[in-house]
Design a protein. Structure first.
Length: 892
């Protein structure tokens, strides 16, 4: 403040001493991004040597005037405007008689902070940043910061830990401003004690690269956890160990550091009580990451054909024996220079028992299929990642080296229609090595020069053995045999490289990009039968593949970004020339394709006020098939599905339009938003399936195939101060139209899903708080073909929890959930679960003693129906039943 006063006094003195020597006046107006006048803004007239020769302030209407000294060198004059809360602007004077008007854009602290006090939960808004006081939203029973985050108004967290703000998924979760975990932020939300966090910040329009700030539009939403000062000074550690009946164990130990120079979250954990530790490693933005890389990695082709998981919390259904070592460390070497290392190893053994009924509805016919499986799965996952990041306003460098190794071994005891008493063994060993390098440099005039390179090598050999041999009429000329063996591998090399130039102007930034990518693959597969005498032979004359694939792409892109305060625009105009060559001598395949694609994208955002905006986007995308759509030989994907291709590569044209409105009123803790989306997909092929009650053969055929999807969604969240309660709700309507080609019949299907959810989180007193959630989904599927019929399923889920703290160191919790299903086929389903926990805090020893009783009603089975198009699947799972554990936790 003293410095500002001194500068102002100096300028006034200059004006006073020289006021008699002025002959001409420079005038203009000063407004903000909304066109409103900015009064009392500082206006300075400087020479080429930055000497101040005139000074004034704007009046109430934003007008300013600067008298030019008669002896001033008019060839190098410059007007500079500054005001508290706005970014400085300057213009070179080329004509002293012209008007020079300025439109100022606000800085991050442009909006005056709004604070809610007086024993109410505190939330402040400052520009694009929203600050929640963690302590004000904490309940006595909370253990980790994730417990607090899911309670924040406007924020939601799903069962997998994915965080959304006002309906939009966050891009990153920072800890003290540092990106320790990328998008694997479950590690933080499940580990960091809520007591060490000061504020939870939401940052809208987040641009993490400083060189692109105020140049390239970003609609990302990020979250930052600010750490309390005392927690930065020491290591934070926790541990627990426990056991129970029947034969249960659960334990973990962690050590964390949150200094400005060094941050770390390191832990070891293991259990067999149904806690899925692999959820810690979920990449919540994986699809966006792969899209940015433009790397279409091949997935596993083979499976056991097992049912998925039921729609229950994992501790309700999971039989596991899990262990996880997770090490995450970040060092700030110096200002804006970071080195990060992330290492994890997971070992697990999971069991699953279920029975399944699958019905496929055809005109005047229903194909019914049943199966029972007893599955064992043993994954070993090792991942190592190192990242060097330099993030300065004039220079950016990021190098990310990742190595992944996966060994999955699975076993299945199978009884199915046409496949009685069979055993399956499936194994794969996947090695994935990649390096991503990105560099940017800001040059003269604010231009940003960028270079990018990504390289990846992948191998994933798969092998499945099925015994005894099944479907003898298909695979072995009606002769019995011992084993059916399927092997597949798609070794892949991929690289993507480009250079770009971003030219920054006063109102928009132009970007130009040019690059190329290369993909080299080979699909090797064999389906073999092992005879009773041990001889090995091909299952048929089309049972092998040895396909060579090479894809090259040369591309260019022009883009415009307008990062204005009120109106934001991002438009990308990419053009690509793609060449694909694939060949296999056995099937006389030798094809060469050349395609020129134009994939425009445009998104706009208009701020109707400081806390509300309208957004819209349109995207047109061309995609061409991959190597898994080019092979001609048969591959047995699972024990009852044989697939091959007999069409040209799939070409997909997708158009997507999105319109949304977002509302925020921070001072009232009121948030809501609505969105509409339409997507149209045009394909040049369709999968034809020949289905019986025992087997399914699929082949891809040429066909002009269209799909449509309509989605309407809305969400609302409001904290009501007098009730100390957060109310939240959401609604989604989705309509999917697609075609099925089954047993020679083309069946257009329309699937409509309506879902509604609501939740209440209330603090009745300092000792009692209650939460309740309800979610309802109704799915209807029908076809316009006569006799195809229609069916529907309605599912209703309730979840509730009651927390009571009779003393300051005793915490009691009773929780439960109920699942109801109404279906047109079969009887209604009802399932109830309840849990109880009691935790006693021993303050003297910084430890807790905790009793947990899960599944009090001892529910042992659960039925989960699923409806998609003309397929109805009902799976009945075996559950662990009631269990009780005792655990001791300690802090250090």
């Amino acid at each position: 403040m003293i410095r500002a006063i001194a500068i102002a006094v100096s300028c006034i003195c200059i004006l006073f001493l020289t006021q008699m020597g002025y002959a001409q006046t420079i005038k203009g107006t000063i407004t903000d991004s909304l066109g409103k006048a900015v009064p009392y803004a500082n206006a300075k007239l400087t020479t080429g040597s930055n000497l101040i020769i005139a000074f004034s302030t704007s009046d109430n209407k934003g007008n300013y005037s600067l008298a030019v000294p008669a002896d001033a060198d008019k060839s190098s004059l410059k007007v500079e405007i500054s005001s508290v809360g706005y970014k400085k602007q300057s213009k070179v004077i080329t004509n002293v008689t012209a008007s020079y008007n300025f439109k100022l854009s606000s800085t991050n602290n442009a909006l005056e902070a709004v604070t809610v006090k007086n024993k109410r939960p505190r939330i402040t808004a400052r520009g694009d940043t929203l600050n929640y006081s963690a302590a004000d939203f904490t309940s006595p029973q909370d253990r980790v910061i994730g417990d607090v985050i899911k309670r924040l108004p406007g924020v939601e967290m799903d069962d997998n830990g994915k965080i959304k703000y006002n309906g939009k998924a966050i891009s990153s979760l920072y800890i003290g401003g540092d990106n320790l975990l990328d998008d694997k932020y479950n590690i933080a939300t499940k580990t960091i004690p809520n007591g060490v966090v000061d504020k939870v910040q939401i940052m809208e329009n987040h641009q993490p690269i400083k060189a692109l700030k105020d140049k390239v539009v970003s609609d990302d939403v990020a979250m930052n956890l600010t750490i309390k000062s005392d927690a930065k000074m020491q290591m934070v550690g926790q541990g627990n160990m426990g056991g129970g009946l029947p034969g249960k164990y659960d334990g973990n130990i962690n050590a964390m550091m949150f200094k400005d120079k060094y941050k770390a979250i390191n832990y070891v954990k293991g259990n067999n009580v149904g806690i899925e530790v692999q959820n810690d490693l979920i990449s919540h933005n994986l699809s966006a990451y792969l899209s940015r890389l433009d790397n279409n990695k091949p997935d596993n082709l083979l499976s056991l054909g097992a049912a998925g998981n039921p729609n229950l919390p994992t501790n309700r259904y999971l039989f596991n024996r899990s262990g996880l070592v997770n090490l995450n460390n970040l060092v700030n070497i110096k200002k804006d220079v970071q080195l990060k290392a992330n290492l994890s190893y997971l070992h697990d053994r999971q069991l699953q028992q279920y029975s399944k009924v699958r019905e496929t509805y055809l005109p005047n016919d229903t194909i019914r299929f049943t199966e029972l499986q007893d599955n064992r799965r043993r994954p070993d996952l090792l991942r190592a990642q190192t990242t060097l990041n330099i993030n300065k306003s004039q220079y950016y460098l990021n190098n990310n080296l990742i190595a992944d190794y996966e060994h999955n071994a699975s076993y299945s005891g199978l009884n199915a229609t046409g496949t009685p008493g069979s055993l399956q063994n499936l194994a794969n060993r996947k090695f994935d090595l990649s390096n991503e390098f990105n560099i940017m440099k800001t040059g003269n005039g604010g231009n940003v020069y960028e270079g990018y390179s990504y390289i990846n090598r992948l191998s994933n050999p798969e092998r499945r053995i099925l015994e005894p041999g099944i479907n003898q009429d298909i695979f072995n000329n009606n002769e019995p045999y011992t084993q059916l063996v399927q092997t597949v591998n798609i070794p892949t090399f991929f690289t993507n490289n480009y250079v770009s130039l971003k030219r920054s102007g006063n109102t928009f930034t132009q970007s130009y990009k040019a690059g190329f990518s290369l993909q080299s693959q080979q699909l090797e597969s064999a389906l073999s039968v092992v005879q009773t005498d041990g001889d090995v032979a091909q299952a048929s004359n089309t049972a092998t593949n040895n396909l060579d694939w090479f894809k090259s792409k040369v591309y260019g892109e022009a883009a415009i970004d307008m990062p204005g305060e009120k109106f934001k625009l991002n438009m990308r105009l990419p053009v690509s020339l793609q060449n694909i060559n694939f060949s296999e001598a056995k099937y006389a395949v030798d094809q060469r394709l050349t395609r020129l694609y134009f994939d425009p994208h445009v998104s706009v955002r208009y701020n109707t006020s400081a806390e509300q905006y309208v957004s819209a986007a349109y995207n047109y995308r061309n995609d061409i098939g991959d190597i898994t759509q080019a092979y001609r030989g048969d591959i047995l994907l699972n024990y009852r599905t044989l697939q091959a291709n007999s069409a040209d590569l799939s070409e997909r044209k997708t158009q997507t339009a999105i319109l949304g409105y977002t509302y925020r009123k921070a001072i009232k803790m009121f948030f809501w938003g609505v969105n509409a989306m339409y997507s149209h997909v045009n394909l040049n092929n369709i999968t034809s399936s020949q289905i019986t009650s025992t087997f399914q053969r699929q082949i891809v055929l040429p066909y002009a195939n269209d799909m449509d999807m309509f989605t309407l969604s809305g969400n609302v969240s409001k904290y009501v101060y007098p009730l100390h309660t957060t109310f939240a709700g959401g609604y989604t309507w989705q309509n999917n139209k697609l075609n099925q080609f089954l047993n020679g019949l083309l069946l257009p299907y329309n699937t409509i899903a309506n879902s509604i959810n609501s939740s209440v989180e209330t603090k009745i007193s300092n000792r009692i708080n209650v939460s309740y959630k309800i979610n309802a989904v109704r799915t209807l599927s029908r076809s316009s073909v006569a006799g195809a019929g229609s069916t529907n399923v309605t599912q209703l889920q309730h979840q509730g929890a009651f927390n009571y703290n009779p003393t300051s160191n005793l915490f009691l919790k009773l929780s439960g959930d109920h699942y109801f299903t109404s279906q047109a086929i079969g009887s209604n389903l009802n399932y109830s679960f309840a849990d109880f926990s009691a935790r006693f805090k021993v303050n003297k020893f910084k430890s807790d003693i905790e009793l947990n009783i899960l599944n009090i009603f001892d529910t042992k089975t659960y039925s989960s129906p699923l409806l998609t198009a003309n397929n109805y699947v009902n799976s009945v799972y075996t559950l662990p039943g009631r269990m009780a554990t005792m655990k001791v936790s300690f802090n250090f």
